[in-house]
Design a protein around this ligand. Structure first.
Ligand SMILES: NC(=O)C[C@H](N)C(=O)O
Length: 498
């Protein structure tokens, strides 16, 4: 008896939910496809989409309908009865005929609706996206909703196109794409900006009692580099586009706690030019793709950016050969400039964002383009343990074969180096950085990096690689003032909403 009542209820609920959209949903005719291809006059058309805005007049209503496939909405003409329960955000399936618009300057055709199926209701009293300008700050409070807006959805398409472009570049050049781990046992950069996910020894208790999942502290990865190095020794040329996490408390338009880093590693090279050339090629493959996209985007997108002229400056510059200057030259330029810096540029110290901004603008800035600038050979003392020391430095100052790639505003978008590939020098470097106690460490002393040191024991070869901040590059090329707009669900210090 109870069973049959339950069965009846289930059937009823199922019937009701099906009743909302009795015909199968089709994605075949996206709005972009319709607007592009333009069906014949009076042809029957079916579209699925969301009401972006609706304007009701006495005799008829005009709805702008979007499905995310195009910036431009579809214009639909309805009777007041048909539009009664429609409001911004309502998901609909519209059937009608495709007719020439009386005002072809605005839109050549419109859909004269015959049938409206409401697929998903939207409560007009609470719907948060109105047909007006919403500030990026307001939209960041609802990352689950903002991709419904043309500007935000276009950025997602840029992102998707960029991934496709760089994937084919690597594939055409014989690289293998690798998925590296997110949970790691070490801090690759040694900067202490790791998110810890395991327990500390104290938390584990004196008996080694296993209160934690991994029985020891583990971290969210800060870079895939060390794992890519391992795989470069077996596969040769490898790359990844992977989530990366930094617990850096920088609340700026350039920082995220979770971001995507595009990293590549190549074996059998000691020439940093090979690595810089590859970073250049990767960034250019994305810029080339966006170059054509810029001419396709409408006014709406450009209004929320730094403007078309500046975007063209950036994209155009990215397609040129990048500049190269050494860190020592950069410091000299900074020191002799008349610009007042908050922090005075000093050899041996890292470059501040204000220094990077100045170098990018002065060294890379031309009349109509901004060419990215590689700054190379930083002091050894301020760079991580894994970088290869420069062989012959003219002035006796210790530097490493590394580079940072600088662009205006976004500052550093990539960094790379050739790696210390020999066992003894690597151990010495770890010791100099205070990572291990003495010159002859036991396996235990090597701690979580034992496996990495092992790579230098068995067939180690000269190699190098780079990491490029994918979100920073996209934000820069798309001319978006804040990186938080180019990721779907941005996380930064103090903010992780959904
Ligand atoms: N793969 C790389 O060389 C990137 C480098 N580990 C960084 O985080 O900057």
């Amino acid at each position: 008896m109870v069973r049959s009542v339950v069965a009846r209820c289930v059937k009823q609920v199922f019937r009701q939910s099906r009743g909302l959209h009795t015909k199968p949903l089709s994605h075949e005719s996206s709005i972009a496809h319709l607007l592009d291809q333009g069906p014949k006059d009076s042809e029957r058309v079916v579209v699925n989409g969301f009401i972006r805005s609706i304007r009701n007049q006495k005799q008829r209503s005009f709805a702008s309908v979007g499905d995310g496939s195009s910036l431009e909405p579809l214009q639909a003409l309805l009777t007041p009865q048909q539009s009664e329960r429609l409001s911004n955000g309502t998901a609909v399936r519209l059937t009608g005929s495709w007719r020439q618009s009386p005002n072809p300057k605005v839109q050549s055709h419109e859909l004269h609706v015959k049938e409206v199926d409401i697929i998903g209701y939207s409560d007009p009293a609470t719907y948060p996206l109105q047909k007006k300008y919403h500030t990026p700050e307001y939209l960041r409070t609802m990352p689950h909703m903002r991709a419904r807006l043309p500007f935000n959805s276009t950025l997602l398409r840029f992102r998707s196109d960029a991934i496709a472009a760089v994937t084919s570049m690597f594939s055409e050049n014989g690289f293998t794409q690798i998925h590296t781990p997110i949970i790691t046992s070490s801090d690759c950069e040694g900067a202490g900006e790791v998110f810890r996910i395991g327990a500390s020894e104290k938390e584990l208790g004196s008996e080694g009692d296993d209160g934690s999942f991994f029985k020891a502290a583990k971290y969210l990865t800060v870079s895939s580099q060390l794992h890519l190095e391992a795989l470069a020794q077996s596969v040769g040329k490898v790359w990844t586009l992977s989530p990366t996490f930094r617990a850096e408390k920088s609340d700026t338009a350039r920082h995220l706690s979770e971001f995507y880093m595009l990293e590549a590693e190549i074996s059998f090279t000691q020439d940093m030019e090979d690595v810089m050339g590859l970073a250049e090629k990767a960034a250019q493959s994305i810029a080339r793709n966006l170059d054509s996209a810029v001419s396709r985007v409408g006014k709406e997108l450009l209004q929320s950016t730094i403007g078309e002229e500046e975007i063209r400056r950036r994209v155009g510059g990215m397609l040129q050969g990048f500049h190269r200057i050494t860190y020592t030259e950069a410091i000299k330029l900074l020191q002799t400039s008349t610009h007042q810096f908050e922090y005075s540029p000093t050899w041996g110290h890292g470059l501040q964002a204000e220094h990077e901004r100045w170098i990018a603008a002065q060294v890379g800035g031309k009349a109509d383009i901004s060419v990215p600038v590689f700054v190379t050979h930083y002091p050894r003392a301020i760079k991580p343990f894994y970088m290869l020391p420069t062989a012959n430095t003219a002035d006796g100052r210790e530097t490493v074969d590394c580079f940072d790639l600088l662009v205006p505003e976004a500052c550093e978008i990539a960094g790379g180096s050739t790696r210390e590939h020999q066992l003894r020098p690597l151990i010495k470097s770890m010791q100099a950085k205070g990572m291990i106690p003495g010159p002859d460490p036991s396996d235990e002393d090597l701690g979580e990096l034992r496996w990495y040191v092992d790579l230098r024991r068995w067939g180690s070869v000269p190699h190098g690689g780079f990491g490029l901040g994918f979100d920073r590059l996209l934000g820069y090329l798309a001319g978006v003032p804040n990186i938080r707009e180019v990721v779907t669900f941005p996380r930064w210090v103090g903010r992780c909403e959904c």
